[in-house]
Design a protein. Structure first.
Length: 228
């Protein structure tokens, strides 16, 4: 299922768009705060599409778009009451793929969503991502503290699993999906193997090893990484 983040401060419009996209079979996560969307930029960047209002309170959509672009090339569709050519140019220069002025026709929105979701995925993750007050350098496999001091060095498989989580921030990955992508079809580790990896990550990144703030075990489903 395609995952879409919708950032729109008008609650009625947010609910309407979310409902219609859900009817089309998409998973839709909605935010009304530009500040929150900015903080969750890495999570938005790991989705399949971001629909972003320009005129957001606190942090505007242009700034949110620029922050998302630090992490990936996920398709971004701007919605805005400002529909002049100059406004569209500003939005596109900020990194958006398309721009839809308000008020808009629902069919046009759904068509643009379908077109943008057809764009081949170009998800990229920075070589270094922050998890709490520590970071992981995917080039050196090191865990660094806030001062850049090396605290731990991961194995390649540990880094591969971390990278898979980083590409899917906020998304639940099933055990079968993880086993297939990280271990492949020729190896047969048990689901408990993944539990052990999650526990080792928690010991390094989490204050509470049992109740993960970042690394979550979803009973009967799988696992996910969030950044706060």
């Amino acid at each position: 299922m395609k995952r879409i983040y919708l950032v729109e401060d008008e609650s009625v419009l947010l609910d309407s768009i979310k409902m219609n996209l859900s009817y089309e079979g998409y998973e839709v996560i909605g935010y009304q705060s530009g500040h929150l969307a900015f903080e969750k930029a890495a999570e938005l960047a790991s989705s399949d599409l971001v629909i972003l209002d320009v005129m957001l309170p606190g942090v505007n959509g242009i700034e949110v778009c620029k922050e998302i672009r630090k992490y990936s090339e996920v398709p971004i569709l701007f919605l805005s009451a400002k529909g002049m050519t100059s406004d569209r140019v500003i939005g596109l220069k900020a990194g958006a793929n398309d721009y839809l002025p308000k008020p808009f026709d629902l069919e046009e929105l759904l068509l643009k969503v379908k077109i943008l979701l057809a764009i081949p995925s170009k998800k990229t993750i920075h070589n270094v991502i922050n998890i709490g007050n520590k970071s992981i350098d995917f080039n050196t496999f090191e865990v660094l503290d806030s001062q850049g001091k090396s605290l731990h060095v991961f194995s390649k498989r540990e880094v591969d699993l971390l990278h898979l989580f980083a590409e899917n921030i906020g998304k639940v990955l099933s055990r079968d999906e993880i086993l297939d992508k990280i271990w492949g079809m020729d190896q047969f580790p048990t689901p408990r193997t993944i539990d052990n990896y999650i526990l080792s990550y928690r010991k390094i990144f989490e204050a509470d090893h049992k109740e993960g703030k970042f690394f979550h075990s979803i009973r009967g489903v799988g696992y996910k990484l969030t950044l706060g």
